[in-house]
Design a protein around this ligand. Structure first.
Ligand SMILES: Cc1ncc(COP(=O)(O)O)c(C=O)c1O
Length: 381
């Protein structure tokens, strides 16, 4: 029997209730029943993003909301600041370049975080910067960025937006849009929202909506003003991904029921157990000072290729995790605990990693990682 397990930092496992919600007959999106569902979804998204404003929904992967944010808030030739500490920071730079936005980058070594002072200094030098682009969690390294502190800095500049890619972070760890002075937060369905890929979200502050009024970059499908007008009527400009919206209604209900505080505490506990397990078998973390709670990036033992770990886990143990990308390729593996994941998923993941490393010749006492994880889980019992 080939039972498959998924502990990747996206896509993530989808709960049976959500799968069932998506398996029903297609309803029509211009019918009252759809509008009723969308009304609930709008409230659920405001709760998740912790904002009083509307959250826009698009049928695309998360990158669509990233692109839409650039094209709906900025003008050609605008100057922007991008914090680049991994693969997804580079994506902001790429999008800015594609649309003629002048992006200056603050490079952060992979596995590290940015110092808020660096952003304060860059804005003092050039207060004409129209937007600061950053990740809340840089998925390629597992590093967390100090969004709250940077949000406070950027909020002092009336002509600068604080734009956060929360794709692998929102719904796993704190990222309150309104309270932290964030201007745009984007997200995707296939992470903490416990859905398949295919939906992108963008939440905007009042300040960001003022930028939208002035933005002149070309846009068509990702037209924030048009979508805002539509969502206020429980509609969308174009045919929505109806089945995914039905799944979203269900996942948002589950998020409400568990409560954001409990969800954040669960992710913190899963992360603590995973980190303890890896340390107990003598492995080091890739972002030791700033490990995010949605995933744990682990440095592969010397002489063992991280890609081999991922391959054996998938082919022999039917567990899919993620390897390293670009400069981290072969050096690390990333074990996620994001979304619909509980204590025993982590125990399973850690045990599969231990068995794989043993098979690859790494010398350690089998079971020490699992024991360390169990001890963390038993602290509360
Ligand atoms: C932090 C971050 N940003 C952006 C993306 C890109 O999202 P998508 O692949 O849904 O376009 C991802 C996906 O892994 C991510 O983790």
């Amino acid at each position: 029997m080939d039972k498959e397990y998924l502990l990747a930092p996206g896509p993530t496992p989808v709960p049976p209730e959500v799968l069932l919600a998506m398996a029903g007959p297609i309803i029509h999106h211009r019918a009252p029943i759809y509008e009723q569902i969308l009304e609930e979804v709008r409230e659920g998204l405001k709760y998740l993003f912790q904002t009083k404003n509307e959250v826009l929904i698009f049928a695309s992967s998360g990158t669509g909301a990233m692109e839409g944010t650039v094209t709906n808030t900025l003008c050609a030739g605008d100057r922007a600041l991008v914090i680049e500490g991994g693969k997804f920071g580079e994506r902001w730079t790429g999008i800015c370049k594609a649309f003629g936005v002048n992006a200056r980058t603050i490079s952060v070594p992979w596995g590290q975080s940015v110092k808020p002072g660096a952003i304060a200094q860059a804005l003092e030098q050039d207060p004409g910067v129209k937007a600061v682009f950053i990740q809340a969690t840089e998925t390629s390294t597992g590093a967390l960025f100090p969004i709250r502190e940077i949000g406070a800095i950027v909020s002092r500049y009336p002509d600068t937006l604080m734009v956060v890619d929360g794709i692998s972070h929102l719904g796993a760890q704190e990222l309150p849009l309104d309270d932290w002075n964030l201007d745009v937060v984007v997200c995707g369905s296939q992470k903490a929202l416990m859905l398949p890929p295919g939906l992108a979200f963008a939440g905007l502050s009042d300040k960001a909506w003022r930028f939208v009024e002035k933005s002149t970059l070309p846009k068509y499908y990702f037209n924030f003003k048009k979508e805002l007008k539509n969502i206020m009527k429980n509609q969308s400009a174009y045919t929505p991904a109806i089945s995914l919206i039905l799944g979203l209604a269900q996942s948002l209900k589950m998020i409400r029921k568990e409560g954001l505080e409990n969800i954040f505490a669960r992710h913190a506990r899963l992360a603590r157990a995973t980190r303890a397990a890896m340390k107990a078998i003598g492995l080091a973390l890739y972002a030791p000072e700033v490990s995010a709670n949605s995933m744990t990036a682990v440095i592969a033992p010397s002489g063992i290729d991280g890609q081999r770990v991922v391959k054996i886990l998938r082919e022999k143990h039917h567990l899919t995790i993620a390897g390293g990308q670009d400069q981290a390729k072969g050096k690390i593996f990333r074990l996620a605990h994001l979304g619909f994941v509980n204590d025993f998923d982590v125990i399973m993941g850690v045990s599969a990693v231990e068995m794989t490393l043993k098979e690859l010749g790494y010398d350690f006492e089998l079971g020490r990682g699992v024991k360390a994880a169990m001890e963390v889980f038993m602290e509360k019992i």
